[in-house]
Design a binder for this molecule. Sequence first.
Ligand SMILES: [Zn+2]
Length: 388
Amino acid sequence: MKKDEIIKSLNTIIMEAIESRASDIHLNPDQNGGEVKYRIDGKLKKISRFDSVFDFKKHVSRIKEMFHGDMEINLLPQDGKIIIKVNDKQYDLRVSVFPTVDGEKATLRILDKLNITFDYDRIFCLKEDLAEIKNIVSKPNGLVFVSGPTGSGKTTTLYSMVNDFAKRESCMVLSVEDPVEYNLEGVMQSQVDEKIGKTFPAMLRSTLRCDPDVIMAGEIRDEKTLELLIKIAVTGHYVLSALHTADIKGSLSRLMEISSHAYMLSASLLALVNQRLLRKPCKHCSKKYKPSDAEAKSFGVKNKKSLKFVDSVGCEKCHFTGYMGRVAIYEIMTLDKGIKDLIVEGDKKMIDSYIDENVITFSKKIGEYLEKGLTTVSEAGRVLGDVL
Ligand SMILES: [Zn+2]
């Protein structure tokens, strides 16, 4: 392929990804060329392939040229940013080029600034979840953790809560992130850069000298930073962060392990939120059906006459996946005196049974999602299979 053909071909790959609502574009090399995959609603889909190693390499080179990467380097990872306009809308692409044994792989994450919502009403689709979150952000201080695996929408939930504080005149909101993905109005956002000593702990300590009311820290994986967050919350700040744990029990036991003073954790911990993302059936092709008594019962739904579930079908508009868009499902625990006392006592068994009795779990909520047609039985099984 000639240079102008490469440019045109790459532009088409990017434009079609945006039109398909993809979040990521993957250009994966192999011994005969390479393939193009899009991630749509969290799932990878093969789009096309190159049967020429030369053409594939040229595409990756063009990407490097676009983010002003070093054209001479092809054995080390590189990353950068590309800003493009499609249909008069601006898109930021976060690009990473990664050396594999078959050549360089390029990944482009599409950050669609206009399409992202931090509105509670669109994020929390159950009334009781919305009410509980609004109650949590009405408190003056405390520590809130959002948990879930990678790609479960934790950042969106954190941003929606931070956005609420940022709108208040009385709130000084600071964030330490790795990296900053979206610019939030009214939030002083900063980015971690380990190479020059801007580590999470160093940055968090500095934020305290900026007189903040609310601090958001990105996903925290190391113990030192977690303990620091607890200390910051104890001193009267509102602290929001994410944990890479599978459920509320896991989050609490992790926090108890790292916290050298159980009473400090107990005093500062305000709420634990756990979440997953479920794909929504495509509105153009999905079909309603009457579930059997056994199926309704297995999701805790009463099989009344009018009960209908939705099944995915697949059409051109949803790339024959049967789904379009995603919806979050939550488990939320606001800590009351009962559990706070148990944390101080450190009785893990009692804590687990307290959580079992008091938290409305995914398995108790999924029935309502199915009744409302927000997702399908097979998607519920795929995402929540291990916890239902
Ligand atoms: Zn469809």
